[in-house]
Design a protein around this ligand. Structure first.
Ligand SMILES: Cc1cc2nc3c(=O)[nH]c(=O)nc-3n(C[C@H](O)[C@H](O)[C@H](O)COP(=O)(O)OP(=O)(O)OC[C@H]3O[C@@H](n4cnc5c(N)ncnc54)[C@H](O)[C@@H]3O)c2cc1C
Length: 460
């Protein structure tokens, strides 16, 4: 392994593989250290259409399309008393489908692809600590079995996921969102019935009185079924089941008519898994010599299946920022500001949508007898449709505003409902119109950041 590299990427999930692969394609020397040996298990199976344009840039789309993953046409929601479908066919733009992926296979495919782009990928090697000179990150120590070593770098992309080397071992700068102290419990069923409603290959999202289930069909013949509930309700449910996780899960499945029907002929295979989905964000996503991509920077409750979208989006932003800085096109602090702002804006707008969806649910939980959603909640559903258009990667902001985003923009501006966040909805920052802080992504001649042209105003 090299002892010095231009770019070190720590972690080979979607954020790391996308950042590394794009940088290598743009001519950078990249080393990626991944703690696990792939294929390795990971949760996060339902992905959004917005990932596809990033896979295009990476040159990996065809491989993903050929792999045989279940083609996802959208989502089927049974939320409180309301049922509705989200059909990707109905969204504007070119990306009208996505995939339900077995993550061990999807992540391996992307990591192998990064290797083929020229990235030195070293698996089974964990980044232990980052060395700083002043406040600049300059090197990392690694461990591989009994061996330890050091690698110097010009730029570090921390893509170590929820483990978050920089945030948890050095900067200690994660703030957890109290509103989402949730726990997920999930397992895989063999022989489940196909969902007989909603778009083809849809994820089913179905509420129960104190939480919700996901149901995701996978191409290996299993169905991923997970319960998300608050930490408090998880503890209560588990206690009521005598501490038996499997019994608790079985009781919850039986309470959800749609999911119970899907798995009625099926067998639960393997052990159940649990994870606490605390949502968090770091106070800074970038600094001298470093960037955090994907879950290492921020994590959002999985209600809208946004994790892989945020990982691939931030991987793209990271590659463009580092590319421009290393070619001397931009000062590092300017690129870091762009990166922080563009990624945070994306995260926060999704956080707001998730909050709204939970908010409507909580009200419904108290008013379950109500057979109609309030006007505000109805508007919220429209917002969700708008959200899908935004994450298709091709949304036009003006159109989105017409379809309901004005409401959220106004609320965000007034700080109401969302704890003072002040962000309007935005689109991919890849044009002058959608620039962030005067910079935007440019794909030609190489991936990087471009400054908005300043039009000279003729002096009278
Ligand atoms: C219950 C649950 C359900 C979810 N459902 C969905 C969903 O349906 N759709 C969706 O899009 N997202 C979902 N997510 C979110 C999704 O799993 C993540 O957002 C996504 O995997 C983030 O990608 P990443 O590349 O940032 O991190 P990861 O995919 O976690 O990759 C990080 C990599 O870093 C490696 N690593 C860790 N520490 C080190 C180290 N010290 N040195 C070197 N390597 C290291 C790890 O081994 C790992 O391979 C869900 C999450 C949870 C918890």
């Amino acid at each position: 392994m090299r002892d010095a590299t231009q770019v070190l990427v720590a972690g080979g999930g979607p954020a790391g593989s996308v950042a590394a692969g794009l940088l290598a394609r743009a001519g950078a020397q990249v080393t990626l250290l991944e703690a696990a040996t792939f294929p390795r298990y990971h949760i996060g199976e339902s992905i959004l259409p917005s990932c596809l344009p990033v896979l295009d840039l990476l040159g990996a789309r065809e491989k993903v399309e050929r792999h045989g993953f279940v083609r996802k046409g959208g989502a089927w929601f049974e939320w409180g008393p309301e049922n509705w479908e989200l059909n990707f066919d109905h969204i504007r733009g070119t990306e009208r489908h996505s995939y339900q992926v077995v993550r061990s296979e999807f992540d391996q495919l992307l990591l192998e692809h990064a290797r083929e782009q020229g990235v030195e990928v070293v698996e089974g090697t964990s980044v232990r600590r980052v060395e700083f000179e002043g406040d600049r990150a300059v090197a990392a120590s690694w461990a591989r079995g009994d061996r330890i070593g050091r690698i110097a770098f010009d730029h570090l992309v921390d893509a170590t996921g929820r483990a978050g080397v920089l945030a948890t071992r050095h900067l200690r700068n994660r703030t957890y969102n109290e509103a989402f102290r949730n726990v997920a419990t999930w397992g895989y069923w063999r022989g489940a019935k196909p969902l007989d409603r909603g778009p083809e290959g849809a994820i089913a999202v179905c509420s129960v009185p104190d939480g919700w289930f996901w149901g995701i069909p996978l191409h290996d013949g299993t169905y991923s079924v997970g319960l998300v509930t608050s930490k408090v309700r998880f503890a209560e449910r588990r206690a009521a089941a005598g501490g038996d996780l499997r019994a608790m899960y079985a009781t919850a499945v039986a309470e959800c008519a749609r999911i119970a029907d899907l798995v009625e002929p099926a067998e639960l295979v393997g052990d159940l898994k649990t994870e606490q989905d605390y949502s968090y964000a770091c106070d800074r996503f970038a600094g001298p010599g470093w960037l955090m991509a994907g879950d290492s920077a921020c994590f959002l409750d999985p209600l809208l299946s946004t994790g892989v979208h945020l990982a691939t989006f931030s991987g793209l932003l990271a590659a463009a920022s580092i590319g421009s800085v290393s070619r001397g096109e931009l000062a590092e602090d300017e690129a870091a500001r762009f990166y922080d702002r563009a990624y945070r804006q994306s995260y926060e707008r999704l956080l707001v949508l998730v909050s709204l969806l939970y908010g409507s649910y909580e009200r419904e939980a108290h008013l379950f007898q109500a057979d109609k959603l309030t006007r505000r909640e109805r508007r919220m559903l429209e917002l969700y449709e708008s959200f899908l258009q935004v994450v298709s990667g091709v949304e036009d902001l003006a159109d989105a505003r017409e379809s309901g985003l004005d409401a959220i923009a106004a609320r965000l501006a007034s700080g109401a409902d969302v704890g003072g966040h002040n962000r309007a909805m935005d689109a991919m920052p890849d044009s002058e119109r959608t620039a962030v802080g005067g910079l935007y992504l440019a794909y030609e001649p190489r991936l990087g950041l471009r400054r908005v042209a300043t039009t000279s105003v003729p002096t009278p």
